[in-house]
Design a protein around this ligand. Structure first.
Ligand code: GDP
Ligand code: PGA
Ligand code: MN
Length: 610
């Protein structure tokens, strides 16, 4: 607005702020920023400090140029709607590359190009790409600052939308430069909106240089580089090298009527229920008995051994990038409360009163503006909100957020839950026999594809540990790392490893309906898991693992009929033999690199099936 100082300026001594900063990291950062500016030719460079005032100016400028639509001041304060380019609505796995020196190190699941080849494509695209734009330098910390787990990154971007999202999703600005002064190292991320064409869209990772380059997409997983690119793909490589785990996992605390809190980490593929499980609201009856649930993280967990030899987890993020459709007062009240204020919505529908709507939120409004900006009525032939529309909300706003969510030590993990989206074959819940069997369950996870990534929704594919799109190195080496973590003896591991479980909320009956009520009723499965961890809880041995009994899950109270229960837990031997054959073919992808234990686990399952 007129009369205010210019919106963006060159840094005013900001790099001198972190006193005691290891000189080299500061020099690296300054010279890298200068080199990027020289190549991309922005008209301004703005160093983000992470302040409220800065965020306000960013959003005001985006409202002024139409990038953001302000929502109702009272009903959705501090919140905005953004409509993306219609072609830029999800992660693009075909255009995501791991550019390790050797192709073999990227493994069979990643696209690979050599660093030189990829840079030969990207360097010309970045040449002059920020002309007429402001270049934002976005320093961020993943993980609670001051802790061993925390890692610093700096994202350079020409998108104010990305910079604003990064402020919600990470601890951004000055705090990160202070952390850099302690850590002396940062991950580099270079992002440009480019022309948003698909031809020029690349999300490239250079593990040997700790560098990410992303061009021509502003979508979350492609452009908010702290999230999937840094905290999963590059961090998974560092974790292997340094003896910890960077996982696509929610972290949830469950307190039993005795007041003991058990922390559970869960790996589910994108749009398969992590955010919902992390924020679960227990049914009234369970609450009356004294059960409660607290949220530590909803998407990513970094796990390392504590001095007690157990695995401790931190949530490296600071916000939620949640799927909007299906989120309602009934399904996920906590997520809805989290995004009531100070939230950026992307590709949801807009009602005449300037509040947002999406399928599943409440009954459809008689009219609204769809995610494409067009008038929409319930008679329209497409959804009003994009199926992968999202909210970016501060984690601290979640009513169920744990007191310990920012603890630099993290929380001790006693159970790991794997789960996919399987209409058929896969039972509701079972427990692994041990860590090695649990690693096998993770390695053979499969799930039907969702709208979170481009491709055919519903197509079944293997998604090991929900990391298929996010493991930054060879998947067989990753499995080996998991097996080795379980053998660390006194340094951790051994008996102190979490128990491993497998769940499937998405099994359907012949008539196509979900057999399991899901959402809050998933509490029954969590309670069983907690009981098992505490040494109680009944289970029946099956070829797949230990399953809970009808009584343990309170099937009667839930109104799940005996027939549905049978269908939920059915292990059809022919289907499972076929599943074992598919798993053998899956393991064949890894050739000699496959840890032999996994093949043996598959053979053992085949034997148990008879
Ligand atoms: P995330 O991307 O893994 O965090 O997944 P979300 O928790 O955002 O859920 C993705 C979609 O799955 C949403 O449409 C949810 O409504 C739906 N969903 C989540 N949990 C359940 C469940 O227990 N049962 C069913 N049927 N759907 C679920
Ligand atoms: P999610 O992934 O669906 O696991 O939340 C978000 C993303 O793909 O960016
Ligand atoms: Mn999520």
């Amino acid at each position: 607005p007129p009369g205010e100082p210019p919106l963006f300026a060159y840094p005013n001594g900001i790099m001198d702020a972190p006193t005691g900063s290891p000189a080299k990291a500061a020099d690296d950062l300054k010279s890298w920023v200068a080199a990027v500016a020289a190549r991309t030719r922005p008209s301004h460079v703005h160093w983000c400090d992470g302040s409220d005032a800065e965020y306000r100016r960013l959003t005001e400028a985006m409202v002024a140029d139409g990038t953001l639509i302000p929502l109702h001041e009272r009903k959705q304060p501090g919140s905005y709607l953004h409509r993306s380019d219609p072609s830029d609505v999800a992660r693009l796995e075909d255009r995501t590359f791991i550019c390790s020196e050797n192709e073999a190190d990227a493994g069979p699941l990643n696209n690979w190009k050599s660093p030189a080849e990829m840079k030969a494509i990207l360097d010309p695209l970045f040449e002059g790409c920020m002309r007429g734009r402001t270049m934002y330098v976005v320093p961020y910390v993943m993980g609670p600052p001051g802790g061993d787990a925390a890692k610093v990154g700096v994202e350079i971007t020409d998108s104010p939308y990305v910079a604003a999202n990064m402020r919600i999703m990470t601890r951004m600005g000055r705090v990160a430069l202070e952390e850099l002064a302690r850590k002396g190292h940062f991950t580099k991320g270079l992002h440009s909106t480019g022309d948003l064409s698909k031809e020029n869209r690349y999300i490239a990772h250079f593990p040997d240089e700790d560098l990410i380059m992303s061009f021509s997409s502003n979508y979350g997983g492609n452009a908010l580089l702290g999230k999937k690119c840094h905290a999963l793909r590059l961090a998974s490589v560092q974790a292997r090298n340094e003896g910890w785990l960077a996982e696509h996992m929610l972290i949830v605390g469950v307190t039993n009527p005795q007041g003991e809190t058990t922390y559970i980490a869960g790996a589910f593929p994108s749009a398969c229920g992590k955010t919902n499980l992390a924020m679960l609201v227990p049914p009234v009856a369970d609450r009356a008995q004294g059960w409660s649930v607290e949220t530590v993280g909803d998407d990513i967990a970094w796990l390392r051994f504590g001095e007690d030899g157990r695995l401790w987890a931190v949530n490296p993020e600071h916000g939620f990038f949640g799927v909007a459709p299906g989120t309602s007062e009934e399904t996920n009240r906590n997520a809805l409360a989290s995004c009531r204020a100070n939230t950026l919505f992307t590709n949801v529908a807009l009602k005449p009163d300037r509040t947002v709507w999406w399928e599943g939120l409440e009954p459809a409004p008689p009219e609204c503006i769809d995610w494409l900006g067009q008038p929409w009525t319930p008679d329209s032939d497409h959804p009003a909100a994009h199926p992968n529309s999202r909210f970016t909300a501060p984690a601290g706003q979640c009513p169920s957020i744990s007191d310990r969510w920012e603890d630099p030590q993290g929380v001790p993990i006693d159970a790991i839950v794997f789960g996919g989206r399987r209409s058929r074959v896969m039972p509701l819940a079972f427990e692994a026999f041990d860590w090695e069997h649990g690693t096998y369950l993770g390695a053979t996870m499969s799930s039907e594809k969702t709208a979170a990534a481009e491709g055919t929704v519903g197509e079944l594919r293997f998604d090991p540990m929900a990391m298929r799109p996010f493991c930054g190195y060879h998947i067989a080496d990753y499995w080996r790392h998991w097996l080795e973590m379980g053998r660390k003896g006194n340094a951790g591991g051994g008996d102190k490893m979490p128990k491993v479980f497998h769940v499937n909320w998405f099994r359907r009956g012949e008539d196509g309906r979900f057999l399991w009520p899901g959402f809050g009723d998933n509490m029954r499965v969590l309670e069983w898991i907690v009981d098992r961890v505490q040494g109680a809880g009944d289970a029946v041995e099956t070829p797949l693992g230990y399953r809970p009994t009808r009584e343990e899950l309170h099937m009667d109270d839930l109104g799940v009929s005996a027939e549905d229960e049978e269908a939920l837990f059915a292990v059809n031997r022919d289907d499972w033999r076929a599943e074992c054959d598919q798993r053998d073919a899956w393991f064949d992808l890894c050739g000699d690199r496959l840890p032999p234990e996994l093949r043996q686990q598959n053979d053992a399952l085949r034997e148990r099936l008879g």
